[in-house]
Structure formats: C-alpha cells, structure tokens
Design a protein around this ligand. Sequence first.
Ligand code: MSP
Length: 656
Amino acid sequence: MSTLRAKPKYYLTTPLYYTNGLPHIGHTYSTIVADVIRRYKRMRGFDVFMTTGTDEHGVNVERSAKKAGKSPQEYSTAIASRWRQLWDELGIPGDEFIRTTDERHHRTVQWLFKRCRENGYIEKGHYTGQYCVHDNAYVVDAGPGDACPDCGRPTETVTEENYFFKLSEFQQKLLDFYAANPDFIRPESRRNEVLSFVQGGLRNLSITRTTIRWGIPVPGEAPHVFYVWFDALIGYLSAVGGPEFDERGLWPADLHMVGKEIIRFHAVYWPAFLMAADLPLPKQIWAHGWLLFDSEKMSKSRGNAVRPRPIVSVLGIGPLRYYLLREIVFGQDGSFSYDALVSRYNSDLANGLGNLASRTLTMIGRYFGGEIPKPPGYGVLGNEPGSADFASEALTRITQLYDKFSFSLALEGIWEQVAAIDKYLTVEKPWTLAEQPENRERLAKVLYTAAEGLRIVTALAHPVLPQSTEKIWRQLGQTTPLAGVQMDQLSWGQLKPGTKIGKLEGIFPRVEKSEAIERIESMEQEQSKAAEAAAVTPASAPAVAAQAKIGIEDFAKIEMRVGLVKSAERVAGADKLLQLQVDIGDEVRQIVAGLALTYKPEDLVGRKVVVVTNLQPRKLRGVESNGMIVAASAGPDGSPVLAGFLEDVPVGARLK
Ligand code: MSP
C-alpha cells in the first residue's frame, strides 16, 4: 500500500560516494546540485526526499584500509562519517544517509539478487578478463597489460567462478524503454551515448566475486561477495525501505543525479537489474559534466582536487553554490578557477544582489521610517508600468529554466532583473526625490517598486542561495520562511505597504580578490595535509587522536605569552574579525582575531589574553596580523571563548 500524501512526492539521489577518499568540490558539486533541485521542487509543491550516502565495499577501500593499518569496516566507518559531517556542515545533508555497510542495505541486495535469480536472470559461469581495480569494472576487449580506457591505469588479469546477470536478455527491453521514455536519460548527448552502447549488444555481467573479501556475502554461496555495482546501485532502494519500499511510498526514484562517468551503470545496468527483479524503474537519470582544474578532471588521484572548506570559510557556502551553478553550463564540463569564483562573488553577489538589497532597504529606513511605503494606486491600479508584467514574465521564464535544470540561464535571468531594478533606482534617483516634498508619492512608488522587485528576485534565487535569501527576506519584513513560499503563488503586489522592515545587515561584504584567493589557497594547503592524516579518525573523536603524538621539543617551538589588549576595533567588511593592538611585554603587536561574534571590541580592551607570538605574520582582509590569540571553540556553534587566568599574571610572561 502506498503512503497517501497531501503533495506529490519527489525522490532524488546523489551518487553514493566511495569511502577510499575524502570529498572535493567535484563531489560537492553533485550534492549541491541535488540540494538546489530539492529546494526548488519544494517551492513547486513537492514533498521532496533526498538520499545521499557512501559506497563502501570493494578492492579500493580494502587496499586503502590496509595502507592505513585499519580493518575495512573501521576505516570505512571513519571516512563515511567525514562525508556525512561535511554535508551537514555545508547545509546539504541527505534526508537519508545510506551506507552500503548498513544491515538494511545487505538485506536489500540479497533480496534483490534472490528475485532476479527466481526470475531466471542469474547463472553461474567462469570469467577470465582484464579488470580495472580503480574503476571496479572489467574492461571488455582488453588484453593482459592493457590500460583501462577510462582512467589509464594498467588492468589486471582475473579468473573467477562467478554468478552472471543475464544482461544480454535486456537489450531490446532497454531500447524499448528508452524509446517510450525519451527523458529517462538526460542530457541528450548522454542518451545518445547510452543508446549506441546498448544497440552495440550487451554481454552478460559478472556480479559476484571470489577474489575479494570486503563485500556483501552471497547467501549460502561463500566465498562469493557481490560486485560493487550490483551492491551500490541498490542503495538508492535500501534507503527508502528496501523490500518494504511500498510502505514509504518513495520508490521509484524521480531522479538519480550522477556524474557522466557513471551514466552506463545507472542507465543500463540499474534498470536491467530492476526489470529482472520485477520492480519499478527510476523516472530519470541526469548526468552532469566534470569540474576541471587546469583542463583535467578534478580528482584525488590527479592531485588537483580543491576542497570545499577553505572556500566556504572565506566566502561562505552560498557564493560557492552560486558560482558552480552560474558558471558551469549544467550537463557540460566546466573549469574551476579561484579567479572566476571571487570575480563572480564581487560582481554578482556583493555589487549585485547584496548591494541592491542594502541600498533599497537603507532608503526605506531613511525616508519612510523603516516601513514599506504605500505607492499611489496600490491595490487598484497596479504599480510601476511594466513591473507587474516583469514579475509574471520573469516568474514564468525562470521557473521554466529551473524545470529544465538550466541553472546558469535561470540565474542569468534572475540577475538581469537585479540589474534592471538597480538601473531603475539609478535613473529615478530616489535620493533626489527625497529632497523634493512634492515628489513624496513618486518616491513611495519608486521604493515600493524596487522593494517588490527585490522580493521577487530573492524568492527566485532561493534554491541556489538559501541562507542569504532568507536573510534578505527577513530584512524585507517577511515573517514566514521563504523556503515555504510556493513559486506559482508569487505575484507582483504581495509586499504589503506598512510592513516594518527587519534589521539591516550586510549580506555579501566585498572582498579584495588577490587577498581572498591567497587566504583560500593557504587554507587549502594547510587542510589538505591535515585532512588525509585525519581521514581515518571518526568525526566525533578528538582531532588530536588522529595525529602522531609530539615530543616536548615540538611543543617548545611554540612561543606563547600573556598579552594585554590595548585597543580593539572591527575589521570593515568582515563580521567575525577584530583588529587588536596587544601589549606582549616588550612590544605592542597588531593581531587580527576571529572573535567578533562572541566579543564586543570594548569588552576586550584591558583584558589579558594568551598570544602565540612566533607565528609567521599574515594578512587577513588586507590587515596584517602578527600573532594569534588562543581561544577554545566552545561557544554556541563553535564560537570562540578566550583562554585566560584566574590569578593576576604579568604581561609578557611565557606559557610553558
Ligand atoms: N561509488 C560510485 C557511485 C555509486 S552510485 C550508486 C562513485 N563514487 S565517487 O566517489 O567516485 O563519486 C563519483 C561522483 O562524484 C561522480 O559521479 C560525480 O557525481 C562526482 N564527481 C567526482 N569528481 C568530479 C568532478 N571532477 N567533477 C564533477 N563531479 C565529480 O563513482
């Protein structure tokens, strides 16, 4: 019995990521795109559910675990928690996180195998072939010593007794299915690629292994374990009920979002497995392109992987989401560059949407006491000529682009509106109208129009910039969450005159490009070293446990002294940073510290703090920092709490 729902359901998935490495922004891109779709579909009235997770079996994980001196289970558990933690941190967690090591998943794989077998689609046989360990795939038509055509690594010759899935019997069934469901594989180029692959004939597929230990056992058939792809794909179903999928009412999936290199597994093997088991097929597989770095696919093995955290700590997650969706034509490969990322940030977010929100709302604050003005004719005549049309035209056009997953065009369209409203303000000069009492009505009309336009573009941009658009929404005085707004119910004129606007705060402070890049890159260097070292520590364990113990001589290298804060002020454009002058006994140092969320500048003056005094000086937001203040990440949300002393201590005293 299917669950009765008030709204239609939409079930989407990200790939289940391998646990032999940590996420980079290529993986982050897939999860971000899925999250944008999730948020968009919610605003279109769907009851949306998203699964992500980890693909943990196979030789690669087994080998990585061995290298780390761990059991595969222990190793994989630690890495899986890193993936999960990152998605939580970036605000893109799955509604369900499936691990292929979960018991519920084992049960589902074994059940699906049994169904395929009972339906006559499984047989035993021998297989000798070239196998690519990295891609977990046999390479058809390769001879001993040949390289894998996908990754270029040498293949290995493997002979095994296996269970085979009779894929060859599905050639025509698949072709008929593709013909009846032209949107099953997207984009068109991938559909053509899959079609010609299937038209070329399908060979039976070996789906169990005896050469591997680390896998799901084939019941009663030890030492057979399932081939990783017969295992991982089924995770999408295990996540939403497995054999009892009917009870949750989420299967079949509406969308599997994947990278282009795994389209064949999803568009050929997976529907064939489901057909053989007599189960419903997913509605759509969308293969996006690759993020390239210096023209090569970004990947751990190529050593060109960029991690998301440094970008997020310097610019925020919203700007990374915006950049990836705006700059990369969805479905095609796109180059990643820090330069383009920061340029987009400054031009479209700081100078674009952020500036529009701040100038519009500041003027409403200044000229109308912080209340949305009432334009003449409000509720009767409509508003500024063209505005209502603009809104309905933009809403239709942009939602159509979102529906097609043409994200870069949708964002381009939204930002054309941002520019149009901005230009309207420049032309109408409300600051001049404000000085002319006879133009009070005109002023009300201009600022109402700008605010209402801002409200609509803010709603349209929400799936891509969820947090910052919520902030603008509240600044516009809206009290119900933007995430709950339905796009088809948005229309011009809903902004009520008299609404009190919220507290104004900068959304996207401008950054100095070279300095921002420098900071991201230096964090990237620090973190990539630490990340691999810490990879096998479960997220909840203290970080120090991951690193080797240090000798006293290492600790002695760090010079820490008691300092006295002489003055403190905020750093312009950075809401966390304070610029301090700190007396450390024999000199006064300038230190930039991320304390502003916990401490007001005036509360710090005269306070004794612990200062690391022998760090290399560095610049933060263009301000030189010559030392570091010691604090515990112990406040709410990990905000800093200063280290201090209960007894009085002399300034300059060394800590040992
Ligand atoms: N475990 C399989 C998927 C099984 S799904 C049942 C796998 N895992 S993976 O960790 O290698 O992740 C692959 C996915 O990460 C790609 O399909 C893609 O979505 C994303 N990306 C990894 N590198 C990428 C880029 N350089 N660019 C864009 N996406 C990339 O394959």
